[in-house]
Design a protein around this ligand. Structure first.
Ligand SMILES: Cc1cc2nc3c(=O)[nH]c(=O)nc-3n(C[C@H](O)[C@H](O)[C@H](O)COP(=O)(O)OP(=O)(O)OC[C@H]3O[C@@H](n4cnc5c(N)ncnc54)[C@H](O)[C@@H]3O)c2cc1C
Length: 472
């Protein structure tokens, strides 16, 4: 996208708003500053941009009509799920229409014969979990934001979550998609099919495309039988590095926990202050939160004995076992609230989401400490260490604004260099969006970026869909 193309976008005027009202109905067009305020941002600190109009769609046909209007008038369209993204993907950085799927929030069918669920994109992910679990079924991907984010946003971001260690991420569960192309054409890919190699895999191309290729309007997800037994371990360590070493040692022992989360002390203390719930051993340097599941109690117990012994071998202070639901929920509540809690601690902060091969977690975390020391800034690490994905929070605290503005890009580049030097990538699950696009050439060579640009141009030759995202 160059400046000329950007300037060539038309502004939304009264006639266009009238036409949008005709397409989606009076109540589903928001055009006042007050009504549109919630759509000016996602969860990225400090990134805001005003939409010119917001439309809340209820069908694929409406999306198609909006695209035809946007093509005719050359107006940018930014798709939006629940607005809980962490890379600015749903923020209308170039203005235009924000297309919200929040009203497409129906679970259409739970097919118990085929082990599939069909949903609209605006369904909150946690609602899918609860609905299928009530039928003894299991949808594993569980972003920590699961009670706020939408499944359409999960698809667009290729979302992961703690259970990715054992069960993989969103892309491993999508069997069918209906999507509307920027041309207004509606495509239906795949179906209730466990296997399908008919032509290029357009489903996997759309997953993780961050709302730049099409708007997803219906989703078929594969389900598993709900595991019968689940155990959670909370393991405090006095030595930050020992906790990091334990993560790679557990994996090296060929035990695949359901989840293997790492939480530095500052993140635990912040979560305690936010929730008012005390976490055991909150004076420890770091905690691991480990979940194991299966269908036989003895098998799960055997795994947790081995994991517990490994933790103790690495110097864990204790291995606390949570077998009942309320205790487990309390532990996970603290983990899920860390991002919000760190925002309370330091309302201005900067979050990265690097991913490295799992065995490189110890040098990655050591390197983060080194970066923090050299730049004299507080860096708090937590996240999905079991799949090599660590969230790195750089906190402003009392750093003066001018020093902070120079520090963030410098620290960001060092964090990326470190991850890449360990065989990693700059984002494991939050996406490139608006916030990381200038750094894309650090991770991908020009040939790959050019190939991706050309794919995007095939879907959207006129650059109306989510401009200002992904590409530098
Ligand atoms: C506290 C917290 C914890 C988090 N934990 C995790 C985690 O564990 N794992 C993880 O992966 N992420 C996590 N996230 C990030 C975020 O929740 C995910 O990226 C989620 O997938 C965003 O969904 P959303 O509905 O909020 O999407 P939005 O923010 O609304 O949009 C995200 C992107 O998807 C596009 N989009 C949305 N709907 C559609 C659609 N129907 N068709 C096409 N494009 C669409 C948008 O254009 C945008 O580019 C966390 C965020 C927070 C705030």
């Amino acid at each position: 996208m160059n400046d000329k193309q950007q300037l060539a976008y038309k502004r939304v005027n009264a006639d266009i708003i009238e036409e949008l009202r005709r397409i989606v109905g009076e109540n589903n067009v928001l055009a006042t500053d007050e009504d549109m305020e919630p759509y000016t941002h996602d969860e990225v600190v400090g990134l805001r941009a005003d939409p010119e109009v917001v439309v809340r769609v209820t069908s694929a046909q409406q999306v198609a009509e909006i695209f035809k209007l946007a093509q005719r008038e050359h107006i940018p369209v930014t798709p939006r799920g629940a607005g809980y993204g962490l890379s600015g993907g749903a923020v209308p950085v170039i203005g235009g229409i924000v297309l919200s799927t929040e009203k497409m929030n129906r679970i259409l069918e739970i097919d118990k014969e085929n082990l599939m669920v069909t949903v609209e994109p605006g369904v909150i992910t946690g609602d899918i979990h609860r609905a299928v679990e009530a039928e003894g079924l299991f949808y594993p991907p569980d972003p920590a934001s699961l009670d706020s984010c939408s499944i359409g946003g999960n698809i667009a971001e290729g979302a992961g979550g703690p259970r990715a260690v054992k069960y993989g991420v969103t892309k491993h569960y999508v069997c069918g998609l209906e999507a509307v192309l920027p041309s207004g054409d509606i495509i239906r890919c795949g179906g209730k099919l466990v296997k399908n190699v008919t032509g290029y895999d357009l489903i996997q191309l759309l997953i993780g495309s961050e709302g730049t290729l099409a708007v997803v309007t219906k989703i078929i997800l594969r389900l598993l039988p709900l595991p019968k037994v689940q155990v959670d371990l909370l393991v405090p360590f006095d030595d930050f590095q020992a906790a990091a070493d334990t993560v790679s040692d557990i994996i090296a022992h060929r035990i695949l926990p359901t989840a293997l989360e790492f939480m530095e002390q500052d993140s635990i203390l912040a979560a305690e202050r936010l929730t008012g719930n005390k976490v055991p051993y909150d004076d420890a340097a770091a905690h691991l939160l480990i979940q194991l599941d299966g269908n036989r109690q003895e098998a799960v117990d055997a795994d947790y004995e081995i994991v517990g012994d490994l933790c103790l071998k690495h110097g864990a202070r204790d291995v606390l076992v949570a077998k009942d639901r309320p205790t487990r929920d309390r532990l996970w509540d603290a983990r899920r609230k860390i991002i919000e809690a760190l925002k309370h601690e330091s309302p201005i902060n900067h979050m990265e989401d690097v991913v490295v091969p799992r065995a490189e977690i110890p040098p990655l975390l050591r390197g983060m400490k080194d970066i923090a020391r050299r730049h004299e800034v507080r860096i708090v690490c937590f996240g999905h260490a079991g799949d090599g994905n660590v969230h790195v929070n750089v906190l402003k605290d009392n750093i003066p604004q001018d020093r902070w503005e120079a520090l963030v890009p410098a620290v960001t580049v060092e964090i990326y260099r470190l991850a890449i030097s360990l065989g990693g990538m700059i984002t494991g699950e939050h996406g490139v969006g608006a916030t990381r696009r200038r750094y894309l050439p650090m991770a991908l060579d020009e040939t790959q970026i050019e190939l991706m640009r050309r794919i995007r141009a095939v879907f959207d030759p006129n650059h109306i869909l989510n401009p200002g995202k992904i590409f530098p």
